[in-house]
Design a protein. Structure first.
Length: 267
């Protein structure tokens, strides 16, 4: 089971899914606040991040459902940042009965074709990793994915989380890599739960484009553009992001009918 933390009591469950440069620690500014707002909150490390090792071939969305099963959770609202948002969408497509609502913060999108700019960035990251310059690869990620509101503390936190992800993933056997979940952009039209799509005005163009497309294709979506945000609003303005999430998740957007029997079998 994925490493995770639990907090709060209430009639609904919210599961927080981190970005690809972070782990569950990215939600430090929202975890307790959402619990205080009356929700049961779960945050987890996806496989290859934080405290969850890469120990088998895997599909991230199926790992998430296995976690829900282990906690006795029938349905949950999924909050996903960047890569975590793409995983949340894959859960909604592959396991539609398990999701009550979605919040997508600067989310990835299944089937998105990266721009030349983003592919060039990926090549540069690969070159640094292949040269053994993990510090350089970490710095590249910190500089790219944090917006102008991010201070020194946020930058240091992303640096630690990204370095941990590199260490865990590079130590794993190649055959234990993630498998194709088989979800494409066309599948998203069938995701009929309430969804809040959040974009950042200072995010890279690919993710701003994906937010616009997600808001158009998801049947029950609303789109909020944060004029202050880069790619990681949860770290850039933690309290403001917590308020945004709590307001959406407690206004009848779909979380209140989640059936739960939350247990803690261990991490």
């Amino acid at each position: 089971m994925l490493s995770h933390d639990l907090a709060g009591e209430g009639p609904s469950v919210v599961l927080l899914l981190h970005s690809g440069v972070c782990d569950r620690r990215m939600w430090d500014g929202q975890f307790a606040a959402l619990a205080a707002a009356g929700m049961r909150v779960v945050r987890c490390d996806l496989r290859g991040f934080g405290e969850t090792p890469v120990d088998a071939p895997h599909i991230h969305s199926d790992d998430v459902v296995e976690l829900l099963d282990g906690l006795g959770v029938e349905r949950a609202a999924l909050v996903g940042s960047s890569f975590g948002g793409e995983v949340a969408l894959e859960v909604a497509v592959r396991h539609p009965g398990r999701v009550s609502a979605l919040v997508l913060l600067c989310s990835g999108m299944p089937g998105h074709e990266a721009s030349d700019e983003l592919r060039a960035w990926g090549r540069r990251e690969d070159e640094l990793i292949e040269a053994g310059d993990l510090d350089g690869a970490v710095a590249l990620n910190v500089d790219t994915w944090l917006g102008p509101e991010a201070g020194a503390e946020a930058r240091e936190r992303v640096r630690r989380m990204q370095r941990r992800a590199f260490d865990v993933q590079l130590a794993a056997p190649e055959e234990f890599g993630p498998l194709d979940p088989g979800v494409g952009a066309a599948d998203l039209a069938g995701v009929d739960v309430p969804c809040l799509v959040v974009s950042g005005a200072h995010d890279v163009p690919d993710f701003r484009e994906m937010a616009t497309r997600l808001a158009a294709v998801l049947p029950d979506a609303q789109h909020v553009d944060l004029d202050w945000a880069g790619h990681l609003p949860a770290l850039e303005r933690p309290e403001e992001t917590a308020e945004l999430l709590a307001e959406y998740l407690t206004d009848g957007s779909g979380t209140q009918d989640a059936t739960t029997a939350l247990t803690e079998p261990g991490r």
